[in-house]
Design a protein around this ligand. Structure first.
Ligand SMILES: NC(=O)C1=CN([C@@H]2O[C@H](COP(=O)(O)OP(=O)(O)OC[C@H]3O[C@@H](n4cnc5c(N)ncnc54)[C@H](O)[C@@H]3O)[C@@H](O)[C@H]2O)[C@@H](O)CC1
Ligand SMILES: Nc1ncnc2c1ncn2[C@@H]1O[C@H](COP(=O)(O)OP(=O)(O)O)[C@@H](O)[C@H]1O
Length: 271
């Protein structure tokens, strides 16, 4: 099955808090992202998650990214504790991680909750124990499959499907059209972002949006793992609509995109 997934489909995957909710019942999202080399990736993921809506963000990383995350978002909690979903790998360099980040990453991968594996964590996919979503761009998916980037671009749906089957994961292959493949062979296509979105850091923000949607649906996911693929597609739609609002036909920064996320969520909910 290969289907187009749009805003009407995405609207069904926005979790709305109720009067009995508190920050824990809404869902806590943990991040092990960013590094001394790429601290900005940590800031962008946390910013995107908080603006998508989540009960709490826990951020675990080295001193420099932690300071920058707190400077931008004092709402983030930097103490370890339970979470309902993880985002790992944005701003990591597969090979070289400081000790604290490496230990936090090991703990996150061993935690059986839904996990977004991005950038530097993609190569650790077989070590993750929960429901997992991989968020590669074409070059990263090529490396995972031992293929050239051009081969992935020639058949993106097929490459995403192959990786989903091989790694028992939902695979969100990013691009102008994003392809979300699940291990049973289904592929959802999302095409909501303008080409101005091709800018460094946009993928780090997408990982944050996706993490927030997973954390706020975590309770239902254990019983319904098939929901992970539409949630991943919904994240791509929300991210793309925020990019469109930020762009209005011109360039924008990733923080501009993040600033539009609350309005996109509101609109999808009919507000
Ligand atoms: N603000 C930040 O902290 C950002 C951090 N990022 C992080 O940076 C890390 C690497 O991500 P990438 O997507 O770049 O990883 P890739 O490994 O896909 O890209 C690196 C490759 O791009 C190619 N390349 C480098 N410079 C190039 C140029 N000028 N023209 C054409 N090709 C060039 C090289 O072949 C290089 O091996 C990830 O951890 C990612 O999360 C990026 O998301 C960008 C923003
Ligand atoms: N031509 C394009 N049109 C629309 N969106 C794009 C285009 N190219 C990339 N994107 C989107 O921009 C983001 C780029 O992510 P990624 O390649 O991981 O960059 P980074 O690692 O720098 O954050 C993804 O969400 C992707 O879908």
């Amino acid at each position: 099955m290969d289907a187009l997934f749009g805003p009407e489909d995405a609207a069904a995957w926005i979790a709305v808090p109720g009067p009995d909710d508190d920050k824990y019942s809404r869902g806590v999202l943990g991040f092990v992202t960013g590094s001394a080399r790429y601290p900005g990736a940590a800031v962008l993921g946390v910013e995107a998650a908080l603006r998508t809506g989540v009960g709490m963000v826990r951020y675990l990383g080295a001193g420099r990214p932690t300071r920058l995350v707190l400077q931008r978002r004092p709402e983030a909690v930097t103490a370890p504790g339970r979470v309902q979903a993880w985002v790992v790998g944005s701003g990591h360099d597969g090979g070289s991680l400081d000790q604290l980040t490496a230990a936090a990453l090991d703990a996150a991968l061993a935690d059986p909750v839904p996990t977004v594996l991005d950038a530097g964590a993609l190569e650790r996919v077989t070590r993750s124990t929960g429901l997992r979503v991989l968020t590669p761009h074409a070059g990263e998916l090529g490396r995972l499959l031992d293929r050239e980037r051009e081969e992935v671009l020639a058949d993106p749906a097929g490459a995403a499907r192959e990786a989903a089957e091989r790694f028992s994961a939902v695979v969100l292959l990013k691009g102008h059209t994003s392809h979300v493949a699940d291990p049973s062979g289904g592929v959802l296509r999302v095409q909501s972002a303008p080409s101005w979105t091709a800018t460094a850091g946009a993928g780090d923000a997408l990982a944050g949006v996706l993490g927030a949607l997973l954390a706020t649906h975590a309770h239902g996911l254990a019983a319904n793992p098939g929901a992970v693929a539409p949630i991943a597609a919904a994240a791509a739609v929300v991210h793309g609509l925020a990019a469109r609002r930020a762009s209005r036909g011109g360039p924008f920064t990733v923080l501009d995109l993040c600033a539009e996320l609350p309005a996109v969520i509101r609109e999808l909910l009919g507000g």
